[in-house]
Design a protein around this ligand. Structure first.
Ligand SMILES: Nc1nc2c(ncn2[C@@H]2O[C@H](COP(=O)(O)OP(=O)(O)OP(=O)(O)O)[C@@H](O)[C@H]2O)c(=O)[nH]1
Ligand SMILES: [Mg+2]
Ligand SMILES: [Zn+2]
Length: 304
């Protein structure tokens, strides 16, 4: 038996990186039967015990306890927990300055998922060769997030990203076509992740990365490439908890008149006042309210 880390899942095959090399595992009938109808027994990033066999194949034995999990809602009605990545420590929310146009709701969603998983979060604004960084970036810096301005083509800003990810397990999240895989290729040119050409509808990237994959970093640590899904449904976050995942809102909410203030239009709301004074960014407040509505169920699920 050896302990390894799941680096990718292809269908029912788990690819596990172990001290003895990569082991491709299928589930035994016993494991499969015990989990009928449930989620997969492991996610990318999980530490697992496997029994290596011949020719790089092996048998999946069990998953060890997780330290963290990055989750989204899945299933037709978002009723199931989908563990996107286990044991990650950091989230890098990636968007592009142009092509596709910045989608700050996707950035907020990625940050909230990371914050809820108690991970360190940062932002990479990619394709700065095509356009300058949008003004909204200042709001994220003010909220305390490192913001890297990158270009996967010229390598601009990539050293800063390398320094931030070194020695940690970092998940790249962001819409399709923003250049997540391209950034990874620039970070470690040996990987040659498949990178997509933008489709006919120029603004809308085609999904190129179709599965979550974890890659080792030369300087230590791991990086996880995810398929660009614009709107993962939030999982395991109650509407009461949401404000805790917007640091600049959380810092002020103790000053609201009511302890249970949700910062929409309640009297004496310190957040609304701070927005009016320009101290909290309007777009971030809108982002918060959008996610709050979604969690309160007054809007249908917005994930795909
Ligand atoms: N001009 C410019 N183009 C870039 C940059 N980074 C990526 N691209 C291009 O953008 C397109 C999409 O890049 P990908 O790396 O496949 O994007 P992705 O985020 O991995 O997309 P999915 O895998 O679909 O989620 C490709 O045509 C890249 O060549 C950049 O910094 N500048
Ligand atoms: Mg990709
Ligand atoms: Zn309030």
């Amino acid at each position: 038996m050896v302990v390894g880390r799941v680096v990718r899942i292809v269908g029912n095959e788990f690819h596990v990186e172990t001290p003895q090399g990569l082991v491709r595992c299928t589930l035994t009938n016993k494991v499969r039967r015990a989990r009928e109808g449930a989620n997969k027994p492991a996610a990318v990033g999980d530490e697992v015990e496997v029994e290596p066999g011949e020719a790089g194949e092996g048998v999946f034995l069990k998953t060890l306890p997780r330290k963290t999990k990055l989750c989204r809602a899945k299933g037709s009605e978002g009723q199931l927990e989908g563990v996107l990545v286990a044991n990650a420590e950091q989230v890098l929310a990636v968007f592009s300055a142009r092509s596709p146009e910045p989608d700050f709701r996707a950035v907020d969603r990625a940050l909230v998922m990371g914050e809820a998983g108690q991970m360190k979060c940062a932002i990479a604004i990619n394709k700065v060769d095509l356009a300058g960084p949008p003004p909204e970036v200042a709001a994220y810096r003010k909220a305390g997030y490192p913001v890297f301005e990158t270009c996967a083509v010229t390598g601009k800003g990539v050293d800063e990203v390398r320094a931030w990810i070194k020695g940690h397990t970092t998940v790249l999240m962001g819409p399709s076509g923003v250049g997540k895989s391209s950034l990874l290729n620039t970070i470690e040119p040996d990987w040659k992740r498949k990178v997509g050409a933008l489709s006919g509808k120029i603004e809308e990237g085609r999904h190129t990365t179709t599965w979550v994959e974890m890659l080792p970093l030369e300087g230590g640590g791991w990086i996880v490439d995810t398929p660009g899904i614009e709107s993962f449904g939030l999982w395991g976050i109650s509407s009461e908890d949401l404000s805790a995942f917007f640091p600049e809102i959380h810092a002020l909410e103790g000053k609201c008149r009511f302890g249970n203030c949700r910062h929409i239009s309640e009297p004496g709301c310190a957040i609304k006042a701070a927005v009016e004074r320009g101290e909290v960014n309007t777009k971030r407040w809108e982002g918060y309210r959008g996610l709050l509505k979604e969690l309160q169920g007054s809007e249908g699920p917005s994930w795909k």
